[in-house]
Design a binder for this molecule. Sequence first.
Ligand code: PLP
Length: 219
Amino acid sequence: MGNIAENVRAILAELPPGVRLVAAAKTKSPAEVLEAIEAGVEIIGENYVQEAQAAFAVVGRKARWHYIGHLQSNKVKKAVEIFDMIETVDSIDLAREIGKRSAAAGKTMPVLIEINSGEEDQKAGVRPAEAEALIRGIAEIPNVAVQGLMTMGPYEGEPEDFRPYFKTTREVFEAVGKTGLPQVEMRYLSMGMTHSYRVAIEEGANLVRLGTKIFGPRS
Ligand SMILES: *Cc1c(COP(=O)(O)O)cnc(C)c1O
């Protein structure tokens, strides 16, 4: 399993106050997830509902669970049972489904809006210019609470190459924050992965999603 505990402790010591770590656990075993939690990780990020169910069976509520993958509507019911936050909402239809399933489960789901900050054609997320209109729509949906934004940015590049995408996302975050929309909080800005989190923090991220840096490379 390598040095998961050591890696977690080093990262937690490095992160500035107010910046929270999400351990991106895709392809990792429940035992590895548990090791990260025992070393101090408080939030697990999962891309796949089925993998999350397996890890949840072992870990339960010892951690908080964030959904960070692309959520299909037929998986929303199961996702609502496990997750404390869905970071990747990018359409009104998905938000409606989350609202419906959350209402049935007697809860309100905190969500982040995923921004396609690179404006890439095949990429998930709403384009920056369309984000505010989407958020205004989602604000009307019961049992869904918008709490911030998330972005991935393009996959390739040096850390510094990500800066413009993080900056764009932070500008949307600030602009939406100024609208004072009821039921909308701009509280969490989830940006940055293993190669880019330092730049993301400089650009205002307060949630960073690290996989490789905690668990080592994925096979
Ligand atoms: C895999 C993943 C991460 C973590 O990526 P690393 O480069 O391994 O740190 C972060 N966010 C999302 C959405 C991911 O799918």
